[in-house]
Structure formats: C-alpha cells, structure tokens
Design a protein around this ligand. Structure first.
Ligand code: ZN
Length: 266
C-alpha cells in the first residue's frame, strides 16, 4: 500500500534507507527541522541546515521517486538558548516560500522550561503573521502530559491560531484526546520498542477513530525504524481493519493536512 511518512529526519538516515522506503511504497515524506545530532554554535549553522532540508534532501529523495517536504524552526532542545533562537527565527521568513516548505515546525517543548515556552510562543507569532501551518513536538515520557497541556493552553491562548492548521505530534493514549477534542490534527510517532509501538498506535486508532490522525516513524538519531509506518499497515491489516481506513491514516490524512499549506504543490 502506498503511504506517506509525515515526520522523518532523513538527515540522520542513509541513502539505503530511501531505497528501502521506496520498495515499501513510500510516496512522500516531510522532514521537520530538529536537532541535528549536536547543538549548533551559531545561526549560520541553522542557515546551512535549512539549505540541507530545502535543497539537498528533496534531490536525494527524488532519486527514489519519493517527494520530500520540510518544516522550519529552531527545535525545543536548542531553544533553551533564547538569543540564538531569536536569530534563527528572524532567518526563517526568507526560506518560507521555497518549494516544498510546508510551515513552521517541529516547535514545542522538550523539558517544559520557561525559555522553551517563550520561544514556542515567538514561533506561534511568526506562524500567525505569515499564516503558516504548524507542526508540534510534544515532550517524551514523564514530561509528555504536562508539556502537551502547556502547549494546548498556549495555542488556545493565541486567538489567531486556527486548530485545523496545527498538527500535534508524538501523541499517546493519555494525550491524543487533548489534541483531537480541541480541533487539532495529531500524529503518532512509532518506535520499535519504547514509547508508542505500532501495536499501541493501532489500539489508539481503535479508541479514537481515523479522523485527523496520522502516523510517522521519526527516523531520528535514536533507535528508530524508517519502515515503521509499513509496520503499522501490517498491524492494522492483521487486526482486520478495512483497506480504506488504513489508507486514510497512512496516506489521505497527511495529504489533507499538507494541502492547506500556502506553498502547496502536488
Ligand atoms: Zn522529530
């Protein structure tokens, strides 16, 4: 089945991974700006990173017939440095009209600190002024519920933010309804063993249904599987879910969300 991986960090993956994803019928991916394996020392490092996301990766993906889209921001981990963050945010507008850029992301919280919250809100301000889509990283493990709650409160506190133009990522059983009940889209990030596995993601779909929900692999610097979305397809098939429902989660939903992007081209 053709699928989309709407959140995968290809900067940390090899070209062989692109090949395996193509064999598994990956049609398109989006790569949010995140931590790139080390803390960058200057805004110039982010400038190069944004060029990597918008120039190099789309070309590498195209060799395998995979469409590559991207999101731009300074991630929550490096947002602890407020002055660096402000320099990076001021540089984002020059990249927003580049082909394949879907919006601002993945912004969010990591350790739920005051600095992270300040920079999250400054990204929201930029997204509101430029009417960009927003992709949100929620913290992992014990910080997740509190962080997701803080994020939803900040989103609802800014009346310019339209929930249908926001996707809250890395949801789990205890946070999925915070996203959906407030009108946002949500993403489940599938990890091989820890956090949300393909089986848990399938349980979540059985709890909340298939509207405004998608699944991704993260494919980041930690242990992760770039073929996690096909794993979810297998799990849903095994449990007898209808083909149309599976396709909605792994293909139609991410596409419907992306199609709202200012810059959208099929
Ligand atoms: Zn990520």
């Amino acid at each position: 089945m053709k699928y989309i991986d709407p959140h995968i960090h290809m900067i940390s993956r090899t070209t062989d991974d692109y090949q395996r994803m193509a064999y598994a019928q990956c049609a398109a991916i989006s790569e949010p700006a995140f931590w790139a394996g080390f803390d960058r020392g200057s805004a110039a490092g982010f400038h190069d990173y944004f060029r990597h996301l918008t120039e190099f990766e789309p070309r590498r993906a195209a060799q395998f017939g995979i469409k590559h889209y991207s999101w731009l921001c300074i991630n929550a981990k490096e947002a602890e440095n407020v002055s660096l963050s402000r320099e990076v945010i001021s540089m984002i507008p020059e990249f927003l009209s580049r082909p394949g850029v879907l919006g601002i992301g993945e912004i969010g919280l990591n350790k739920n600190t005051a600095n992270e919250a300040t920079i999250f809100q400054e990204h929201l301000d930029l997204a509101a002024k430029t009417d960009e889509l927003i992709l949100i990283h929620t913290p992992h493990l014990e910080d997740k519920y509190k962080g997701t709650r803080m994020i939803v409160d900040m989103l609802k506190g800014d009346s310019r933010i339209k929930p249908h133009r926001v996707c809250i990522d890395h949801v789990e059983e205890h946070t999925v309804k915070l996203a959906l009940d407030n009108g946002f889209w949500c993403g489940m990030t599938l990890y091989p063993v820890t956090k949300c596995t393909p089986a848990r993601a399938c349980d979540i779909i059985e709890l909340v249904g298939t509207d405004r929900i998608m699944a991704n692999s993260a494919g980041d610097w930690g242990k992760s599987d770039p073929l996690a979305v096909p794993e979810l397809i297998q799990e849903m098939k095994r449990r007898g879910h209808k083909e149309a429902d599976i396709k909605k989660v792994v293909y139609d939903n991410p596409l419907s969300f992306w199609r709202q992007a200012n810059n959208w081209k099929e």
